[in-house]
Design a protein around this ligand. Structure first.
Ligand code: AQP
Length: 339
């Protein structure tokens, strides 16, 4: 049973069940989650309320929520150490999100890059208000648990800044209530790019066939996708910020994030080798991660009742903390307590 640990600083993070998880989600988020769980009191949620900011098929959303939770465990999150739960199981997330939405200046929300990117090609009529308010819900997720640290890929850094600003605003208006969280990005893998288009972030909901390696991809399919990754017409294999070298840089980043080797060691290793070697060895690294993860995942999905018991316990533990913080915020904001 996961025990409450008040002496360790706290971590909170989540992933949307908006598609099958990718190696971007793994290297940017999950891998860090596993690494910090011994030193922090960790809360990891499947953020289904975030997923509905774009239309979801109800049956698929339900299924993916379970699959994502199983994937957290398969990736190495230990339910004995960390709390795993589903965001919508803890109503305090929605309640605090509304309070924060009412305090969030619309100008701040309109400045969010993710909102601008996601709505660039849509008409006002087709954009749900949830997409704009997404950062207020994310702020609620984090602030409810007084999280000290939030391990995420770097696409979420602006939302973390927003969370800090909103918490400060609340604390200033109503008195010290929320802890200001700090963002944590991995040293390598903070932004994995699409294999077919290395100038765009790898995303689980991007439809094109060779864009992403999914954590549940058949191993030969995963290898094929990496072997087909876009590179360039240069020869030298080295890290580079040049846009035209983004494909090679992306493969090197994936290799580095998994192998843990330094830039210099990796460049020395690939000196004199060709792009075929780089792709083959990157694929070997990725497959060495996917193979045990997939084996554990399928085992878990076949273990009747286990996942439900983890999520039930997670909900209890998360609710206890979130409800207390919500109550305090409600009092501070002036809500009449029920008699
Ligand atoms: N390409 C990536 N590289 C590094 N980290 C990434 N993350 C996502 N993509 C990459 C990190 O994964 C965590 C969960 O992300 P999310 O599902 O909450 O939202 P997202 O960032 O919008 O992820 P996707 O895969 O792009 O989802 P869709 O396609 O649904 O929008 C976060 O920590 C994120 O930084």
């Amino acid at each position: 049973m996961a025990a409450v640990n008040d002496s360790k600083p706290r971590v909170l993070s989540g992933i949307q069940p908006s598609g099958n998880l990718t190696i971007g989600n793994y290297l940017g988020a999950l891998k860090q989650w596993v690494e910090v769980q011994h030193d922090y009191d960790c809360f990891y949620c499947v953020v289904d309320l975030h997923a509905i900011t774009v239309p979801q098929d109800p049956a698929e959303l339900r299924q993916r929520t379970r699959e994502s939770a199983a994937m957290y465990i398969a990736a190495g999150i230990d339910p004995e150490l960390s709390t795993i739960f589903v965001q919508s199981h803890v109503p305090a997330h929605s309640e605090l999100a509304w309070m924060l939405t009412c305090m969030a200046p619309i100008g701040w929300l309109h400045r969010m890059t993710q909102f601008k990117d996601r709505t660039a090609k849509q008409t006002q009529e087709s954009i749900g208000a949830g997409l704009l308010n997404y950062p207020s819900l994310m702020a609620a997720d984090i602030l409810l648990y007084h999280a000290d640290l939030v391990p995420v890929g770097d696409d979420q850094n602006q939302h973390l800044e927003f969370t800090r600003d909103l918490a400060q605003r609340f604390n200033h208006l109503y008195g010290e209530t929320f802890t200001l969280p700090t963002v944590m990005n991995p040293q390598a893998g903070a932004r994995i790019m699409g294999l077919d288009n290395p100038t765009a972030k790898m995303s689980k909901s991007e439809a094109s066939e060779n864009h992403a390696v999914f954590l549940l991809d058949d191993l030969s399919r995963a290898r094929k996708k990496i072997m087909r990754a876009v590179t360039d017409s240069h020869r030298e294999i080295c890290f580079s910020e040049e846009p035209e070298r983004a494909g090679v840089n992306n493969l090197l980043t994936i290799y580095q994030a998994i192998s843990g080797k330094s830039n210099a060691a990796i460049e020395a290793h690939f000196a004199g080798k060709g792009y075929g070697d780089l792709k083959r060895e990157t694929a070997d690294c990725v497959l060495s991660t996917l193979e045990p993860l997939q084996a554990r995942y399928y085992e878990l999905m076949n273990e009747a009742g286990y996942l439900d018991s983890v999520l039930r316990l997670g909900r209890e533990k998360a609710s206890a903390i979130a409800d207390e913080t919500l109550k305090l915020a409600q009092e501070r904001m002036g809500f009449l307590a029920p008699s």
